[in-house]
Design a protein around this ligand. Structure first.
Ligand code: HEM
Length: 370
């Protein structure tokens, strides 16, 4: 990220970097790449990316996306009233982030991530995936060999369960693994179905948890914004620190993109982090100003959930949960934050720095809080 930021002169929409990669930071060009309306890029989806290519067909991808959204939507509707208690139990008086956000999301969605009657071995495997691969910095705590062995073990358990659920012919999905199994159909490779399920763990506990972390971090370090609309806080946090921040795409044929000729040998990188801070499209692009969302923004350079046919299937449920949690955290409590880490944690997802959050009663808030 540092080198992309250093190479960006604040005016261009696209350039070829010193390493030869093409960087896209203009919103129109970013939409052209991500939307791929003219088929000028090789069809792909980061979510459905599996070891041997891309899980498909497209009809199964759509079915799985819809199934997941409706399962999560139902869970959020039924358990909305539990959120204040969850916040009180997990975040009061102090919590350590970003893990606190991931674990809170995990707790709230526990039964849709994996239904309670799934085998104990699978529950342990999911627990292991979260602590060894999803939490910020988790991977670096294990050697390559240990990661390989762990992945092999987890995939074995998951594939067994995929096969067992196929045999059982589940009628209505109970959890996201059922969604993947039923949406994929009987001819899909069980290993690929297991990988799609892993994508759900990364999207829910990982991405959603990190996005919550960024909103809490920014609201807590900008106390003057804590009375702003929760939806503005969440949007502004996703603008400044888009969790999904970089997308690599390959042109399927030679064509012009933002005045540059690109071809099948190029790697085109859409950097959402810079799209969201492009000075031609944002005033004071690096400032956290939730109030900029008070008036509708026309054609904003803003696409935290992607763009086009592969736009995130979980975008609306994600926004609902984030806004509900930020409303509780900033309205019911007095929030203060102190950073303990060294800046954002950069991986496939952009995680917040380590920080501590304190939540105090509004009436008894320290330092004269309301
Ligand atoms: C803050 C949280 C999240 C962020 C930032 C995010 C971001 C994204 C982005 C940028 C894409 C497009 C990828 C591409 O074009 O290659 C995507 C796709 C997808 N996301 Fe999310 N996501 C989040 C949460 C979720 C959740 C909670 C779910 C669970 C339902 C989910 C399910 C999906 C699916 C199924 C796709 C693939 C859509 C398709 O290809 O048709 N995401 N997400």
């Amino acid at each position: 990220m540092a080198f992309l930021t250093a190479e960006f002169d604040g005016t261009r929409d696209m350039w070829r970097s010193a390493s030869g990669r093409l960087c896209v930071v203009g919103p129109a060009a970013a939409r052209e790449v991500m939307g791929n309306r003219r088929g000028a890029f090789v069809e792909t989806s980061d979510f459905f990316h599996v070891r041997n290519g891309v899980f498909g067909p497209r009809s199964a991808q759509i079915e799985i996306g819809r199934g997941a959204r409706s399962l999560i939507r139902h869970r959020l509707d039924v358990h909305r009233a539990d959120l204040p208690r969850l916040v009180a139990e997990r975040l009061v008086p102090t919590s350590t982030w970003p893990d606190a956000g991931n674990l809170l999301v995990r707790e709230h969605l526990r039964d849709v991530l994996l239904c309670p009657d799934a085998p104990a071995e699978l529950h342990m495997a999911v627990e292991g995936i979260i602590t060894r691969a999803v939490l910020a910095g988790a991977r670096q705590r294990h050697s390559v060999m240990s990661r390989l062995l762990f992945r092999r073990r987890v995939m074995r358990v998951l594939v067994q369960e995929v096969q067992a659920r196929r045999r059982a012919r589940v009628a209505a999905p109970r959890d996201l693994l059922d969604v993947a199994v039923t949406g994929a159909g009987l001819s899909a490779d069980p290993g690929e179905v297991a990988e799609v399920y892993l994508s759900f763990l990364f999207a829910t506990v990982g991405s959603l948890g990190f996005a919550l972390g960024w909103s809490v971090y920014l609201a807590g370090t900008h106390p003057d914004t804590s009375t702003d609309e929760p939806s503005w806080i969440v949007r502004e946090a996703l603008r400044l620190w888009p969790v999904a921040w970089l997308f690599a795409r390959r042109p399927s044929r030679e064509h012009e993109l933002a005045g540059v000729t690109v071809g099948p040998h190029d790697e085109v990188n859409v950097c959402l982090y810079l799209v969201h801070r492009h000075p031609r499209h944002w005033e004071r692009p690096d400032e956290f100003e939730p109030r900029r969302w008070a008036a509708p923004l026309h054609d904003p350079a803003f696409m935290p959930f992607g763009f086009g046919p592969h736009t995130c299937a979980g975008a609306t449920v994600t926004m609902t949960l984030l806004e509900d949690l930020i409303r509780i955290i900033t309205r019911d409590w007095h929030l203060s934050v102190s950073a303990t880490g060294n800046g954002p944690h950069l991986g496939p997802a952009l995680a917040p720095p380590r920080f501590t959050a304190e939540l105090h009663d509004r009436v008894a808030a320290p330092r004269g809080g309301e």
